[in-house]
Design a binder for this molecule. Structure first.
Ligand code: SF4
Length: 400
């Protein structure tokens, strides 16, 4: 991991972005913003799942008119996503939103941008300049468009990245001339590799905070991987101040994925149990995949970052589960449970789920009361003796 680049900090309501502030998680509502109740309900769900900032679309005047009602009830700062109509930006700022997103590809008129900047300055509202791959190619000037298209055909990667970065640079000149620096930058593509290169270029050129994201990433199965590939790579290079994972599904899953990404990279502290599980192999003797799914569901009620391991055997399981606060090692029809490296009990396969949950709950209560502490990677697990089968033979290819 490369140490994070310290960028200029901007404040979005109560949430700082950049300047080494914790990397914030963003998402976007999928409701019509003018439907205040539905929008507030979704914002609350996203916030509950760990989302720090929520963006809402404001294509119509009725959407910006709904913003005061939403802002009154939102537990997190709200960002208005503005395209084409600069008036929506002015209305949103007037309504009290905490940040505006402008797309340089569709709000280009200098006077309009100046007016939005002036309104944001007056209210202390930062602006995200968010370029998308799909809106950087010239539309009005036919000669320029033809030249850009020809460039893209010859070398799509270089030309599109060049266009995205140049669009940001050109737009930023307006902000510089207005002496307005409360800006967050983004340059999104559907291609994870392009995203990595575009953000690396932005990070070299600007000290402004960066909002990382892959645009139109597709269905969850592929969109999630594209997003994690791009955002994970950039974060590991020390680039990125706020992230949005996006794909075609309920946005709550974006937030869960973003949280897991940041926790996996050690960029956010876990607040809930961490579940580790073996991938299973030819030594497995229980239905571990089903058990893991059930354990995951049950652990959702526990709010302590206990590390729980569900391992399929006693051969490699203990070594692979080193560091787990609570662990179960399964053999044929039985499981041995460990708490912080000590064997506590052996249970049948039918009892395994409840026993593991009970031990985890009891352990988390002891952590909360201060009786024990989480020791991170320091838990040592000594392999249990192989579990005897009913017929007395030793399972799992382990010799006594
Ligand atoms: S813990 Fe055991 S069953 Fe699971 S993958 Fe490792 S060796 Fe295979």
């Amino acid at each position: 991991m490369i140490p994070r680049k310290k960028t200029r900090q901007v404040r979005v309501g109560s949430v700082p972005i950049g300047g080494l502030a914790p990397i914030s998680i963003q998402s976007m509502t999928s409701t019509y913003t003018r439907d205040v109740d539905a929008t507030v309900a979704q914002i609350r769900c996203l916030a509950e799942a760990g989302c720090d900032l929520v963006r809402v679309a404001v294509p119509e005047k009725s959407d910006t008119a709904a913003l005061p009602g939403i802002l009154d009830q939102s537990p997190v700062p709200i960002i208005a996503d503005v395209h084409y109509h600069f008036e929506r930006a002015l209305e949103a700022v007037e309504a009290g939103v905490h940040k505006i997103r402008l797309n340089p590809g569709n709000i280009r008129d200098r006077k309009q941008v100046d007016r939005v900047i002036a309104a944001c300055r007056e209210r202390g509202v930062p602006i995200r300049v968010g370029v998308n791959e799909g809106s950087v190619v010239e539309r009005a000037d036919h000669d320029r468009r033809a030249a850009q298209k020809a460039g893209i055909q010859t070398d799509p990667r270089s030309e599109l990245i060049r266009l995205m970065v140049q669009t940001v640079e050109d737009y930023m000149r307006i902000f510089d001339e207005n002496n307005f620096h409360d800006v967050v930058l983004a340059a999104k593509s559907i291609d994870a590799g392009y995203v990595i290169d575009a953000y690396r270029a932005l990070s070299e050129r600007f000290d402004l905070p960066l909002h990382l994201g892959v645009t139109h990433a597709g269905p969850p199965e592929t969109g999630r991987i594209r997003s994690i590939a791009a955002l994970g790579s950039l974060l590991a290079m020390g680039i990125g101040d706020t992230i949005r994972i996006s794909y075609a599904a309920d946005p709550i899953h974006e937030v869960e994925d973003a949280k897991e990404l940041l926790c996996s990279l050690g960029l956010r502290n876990r607040l809930e149990p961490e579940l580790i599980a073996c991938p299973t192999c030819g030594r497995i003797e229980i239905d571990l995949i089903k058990l893991v799914a059930e354990v995951r569901q049950k652990l959702a009620t526990i709010k302590t970052p206990v590390k729980v391991a569900v391992m399929g055997c006693v051969v490699n399981g203990p070594g692979e589960a080193e560091g787990a606060d609570v662990a179960v090692f399964a053999g044929k029809g039985r499981g041995i449970i460990y708490v912080q490296g000590k064997q506590t009990r052996t249970v049948s396969e039918a009892e395994m789920l409840d026993a593991l949950y009970d031990e985890t709950l009891a352990f988390s209560k002891r952590v909360e009361s201060g009786e024990v502490v989480l020791t991170g990677r320091d838990v040592t697990i000594t392999p249990p003796d192989p579990l005897p089968r009913k017929d007395g033979s030793i399972p799992l290819n382990v010799q006594p």
